[in-house]
Design a protein around this ligand. Structure first.
Ligand code: ADP
Ligand code: MG
Length: 712
């Protein structure tokens, strides 16, 4: 069953429900409710407790209450300050009195409805003002003399005697109308839901089957704890969240298994190139690098394709680990692709990889979107014959027409800039090549479990030796001269400097102008320094030339827009000035700062802000001054920005949940993951007879979202 087919069949059914005409369908659609399934997941925002009537003396402020009372007095009043008319009805029981107030009304109607002596059932939110309590615009039911109250109370389940849902609405819909429709729809259709989670698991976790959980979530049974409902901690919501997470994690378990089941390369570690490289390197690998490389080699030697995420803070030395892995693949007669998100980073990797590969008599080439046609043709031809061992490039590598002879390893740098799709495209360029994705962004555990749940994780948690943490200061624009003095001091010692300007969009002229002007300004301040300007609108050859000049120390100061953000490595650069630092995000500031502090000498970062900035900006700058720890910074970033914007995760392919929240429900996520992975293993990856339904439902939910197609 495909997602599409089931969606349309659910949609048809929503129209068939009696009482739902075309007008209602339009309103529902506005709320995102198009199918029966959508409707069942359209859960209450909150609840009103109408289980019991209370005595007036026991009414609680700020709650919706329900009570029986008699009209004691009624009439129009004038408010003291704004001279507005209001209508007030004083009601009471044998314990106390309370005032009902209307601010908009038709007098004759109220007079007629609330004569003195009338018995009423009153429903509404109680407000407390000092000693007086009142209810504004209450809902009321008239009780006739001699009426059997208990019976009355039970006669309308949409009004009394229970906990009532309060639904999110859209204009044109009333709460009562919603309740009426949902009261019919939910019990009727909940049982038709394919709820397939194993009973043992639900029992173990004290959870309900999905259909029961949804039903109760809409119409909570009388014994439900209102406090739990209010806090979203009731067993019904927890069960729904678990259900969502379980399917997600089960899918990830299968994906990982699917990868494990496919036949990939089983490399052997020959040491033909890796050993000479290790001997040539000017440093020894750190223990963390060695551990991580060991994990990667294990994967590469195994017959299933590697699917590994390599995480390490800016400057932790991921590149050399990637190079070692590349050499293992090349030793086994296969080719390697290295994909980077920007031209400059690709160029940098190319320089780096070629430097070492040439020493080993291996061939490394660069491919990017504007490589001249003739050169490109040659490169592609040599790639196809296998003459090229390692190809570095941007997205250009992912295009059609790029064919490897035998791609053994794909490396993607700065993974969070690419989507899951691109990972897939690169994989398709070979026959189940090993994949190594690298990221400098520490991702909180719960996020990474859903984002990269199908990848194994290696972490470089240690910096190469001799790194001094970068000393960071925050200056206002008027204090810029202090920063300039430090900059001059570094130049005097033969070091180089970055001066960074924000460029919101590469097309924005004004920012470019600012950077160009600032460049002139700097020339004034540092008349003997050689200054270069790097920005996004230069041609690639121009950019390369400038970077090359900076790398070879023909430039002292590099003025740049954020194009240098990712991966640039010039150890002799020891100081960075960031102008308009208040405009940058935390992750970006951290990445930028990571460009200095690479040479072992003391390094500095000066954050220069204009006079006015927001409270959030102030917090960001304070965090930067306070710590160099990438993980601390990521946590602060998550705190300041909230999970939705952190990392732009939506773009990175984070699934949408109907009910579950990755921030609120982390505990449930961990349990669901544990259970789903264990269940997958027990059922031979859903190939046992009892898991047929679950498997179908899994495919229905995952289809169109992430690619499960490779799994048999
Ligand atoms: P990142 O993890 O940010 O990609 P790089 O791989 O660019 O970091 O490494 C940063 C710098 O550290 C490079 O100049 C690299 O040569 C150097 N480096 C890497 N590993 C070590 C090590 N074990 N000892 C000393 N320097 C190292
Ligand atoms: Mg890097």
């Amino acid at each position: 069953m495909t997602q599409k087919a089931s969606t349309s069949c659910y949609a048809a059914e929503l129209q068939q429900i009696s009482g739902i005409g075309p007008k209602l369908l339009v309103l529902f659609k506005k709320m995102g409710v198009e199918t029966i399934e959508d409707a069942l997941y359209h859960l209450p925002l909150r609840y009103e407790d109408r289980r019991q009537m209370r005595k007036i003396s026991r009414l609680q402020a700020d709650r919706s209450e329900i009570f029986l009372a008699r009209v004691l007095a009624a009439g129009e009043q004038q408010t003291s300050h704004r001279r507005k008319q209001i209508y007030e009805v004083i009601v009471g029981d044998d314990t106390a009195q309370i005032s009902l107030k209307w601010f908009h009304y038709r007098k004759s109607w109220l007079q007629k409805r609330y004569p003195v002596g009338q018995l009423l059932l009153v429903i509404g939110e109680v407000r407390s003002f000092g000693h007086t309590r009142e209810i504004h615009h209450p809902e009321t039911e008239l009780i006739a003399a001699g009426q059997n109250l208990t019976q009355f109370f039970q006669q309308d389940p949409l009004k009394f005697g229970r906990i009532l849902p309060v639904y999110p609405l859209t204009e044109g819909l009333t709460q009562h109308r919603m309740r009426k429709i949902w009261y019919q729809l939910v019990p009727q259709y909940c049982p038709t839901l394919p709820s397939c989670l194993p009973t043992e698991l639900l029992e173990k976790r004290k959870l309900l089957p999905l259909e029961q959980a949804l039903l109760n979530s809409h119409w909570p049974p009388a014994e439900t704890s209102l406090a739990e409902l209010d806090a979203g901690k009731d067993p019904y919501r927890r069960s729904i969240v678990y259900d969502e997470f379980f399917y997600l994690e089960l899918g990830l378990a299968l994906k990982r298994r699917g990868v494990a089941l496919t036949q990939g390369f089983a490399f052997t570690v020959e040491h033909r190139y890796t050993k000479p490289l290790a001997q040539m390197l000017p440093f020894r690998l750190t223990p963390a690098q060695r551990r991580v490389l060991g994990e990667i080699k294990q994967d590469m030697m195994a017959p299933m394709p590697m699917h590994r995420l390599l995480q390490g803070d800016v400057g932790s030395g991921k590149t050399i680990v990637a190079l070692m892995a590349a050499l293992v693949a090349i030793e086994n007669g296969t080719q390697v692709a290295v994909v980077a998100p920007t031209e400059i980073l690709a160029e940098q990797h190319y320089q780096n990889f070629r430097f070492w590969l040439e020493k080993l008599q291996l061939r490394c080439e660069l491919l990017r979107s504007n490589t001249p046609t003739k050169e490109k043709k040659n490169t592609l031809a040599d790639l196809q014959t296998g003459a090229i061992h390692l190809l570095v490039g941007t997205h250009a590598i992912l295009q059609q027409g790029v064919h490897f002879k035998r791609l053994g390893l794909g490396i993607i740098d700065e993974q969070h800039r690419f989507g899951v799709k691109q990972r897939g495209v690169l994989k398709q360029k070979g026959a189940n090549p090993d994949m190594l994705v690298m990221t400098a962004t520490p991702i909180p555990r719960t996020l990474s479990m859903t984002l990269y749940g199908d990848l194994s994780l290696s972490v470089i948690d240690q910096m190469p030796p001799g790194r001094t943490p970068v000393t960071t200061h925050h200056f206002s624009a008027t204090q810029r001269n202090q920063a300039y003095q430090s900059l001059q001091a570094q130049l005097n010692e033969g070091h180089q400097a970055y001066v960074v300007y924000p460029l919101v969009e590469e097309t924005e002229n004004s920012d470019l102008l600012a950077a160009t002007e600032a460049c002139e300004d700097l020339k004034h301040h540092f008349p003997r320094a050689r200054i270069g300007l790097l920005h996004g609108r230069l041609k690639p050859v121009e950019k390369d030339q400038i970077m090359q000049n900076f790398r070879t120390q023909q430039l002292d100061i590099l003025v740049a827009t954020t194009v240098i953000e990712v991966g640039i490595d010039v150890p002799n650069a020891t100081i960075m000035l960031i102008e308009h630092a208040e405009r940058f995000g935390l992750a970006q500031l951290h990445q930028l700062r990571g460009r200095v502090g690479r040479g072992g000498g003391e390094s500095f970062c000066f954050l220069i802000s204009t006079e006015q900035f927001t409270e959030d900006a102030r917090r960001r700058l304070a965090v930067m001054v306070e710590t160099n720890d990438g993980f601390r910074i990521a946590e602060a970033d998550l705190e300041i920005r909230g999970p939705g914007e952190f990392l732009g995760t939506r773009q990175a392919g984070l699934p949408n949940f109907r009910v579950a929240s990755l921030v609120r429900d982390t505990g449930i996520l961990e349990r669901a993951r544990e259970d789903a992975f264990a269940y997958a293993e027990e059922t031979n990856y859903l190939n046992s007879p009892e898991s047929v339904d679950l498997k179908n439902e899994l495919y229905r939910r995952w289809s169109g979202r992430l690619d499960l197609a490779t799994i048999g």
